[in-house]
Design a protein. Structure first.
Length: 70
């Protein structure tokens, strides 16, 4: 019995996957800083946070400031 190839993702799935990868890459570049990532993407921070939640983005935790750091 031959294995059938997996069906190609639909339009919606492809768009969601693109958004997820773009947000993950931008967050990695911003070292987890969601405010900076939102600015880079031209989004409001609250909308970016919603996308992170809704798309299941593997977002790195934001870097914590040490006491006395500027």
């Amino acid at each position: 019995m031959a294995l059938m190839p997996a069906p190609a993702p639909g339009y919606h799935d492809a768009v969601c996957e693109f958004k997820r990868r773009l947000i993950e890459a931008t967050l990695l570049e911003a070292r987890g800083n969601r405010t900076h990532a939102a600015r880079t993407l031209g989004l409001q921070r609250t909308y970016l946070l919603r996308l992170i939640r809704d798309l299941g983005v593997a977002a790195p935790p934001p870097l914590r400031r040490r006491n006395g750091a500027a």
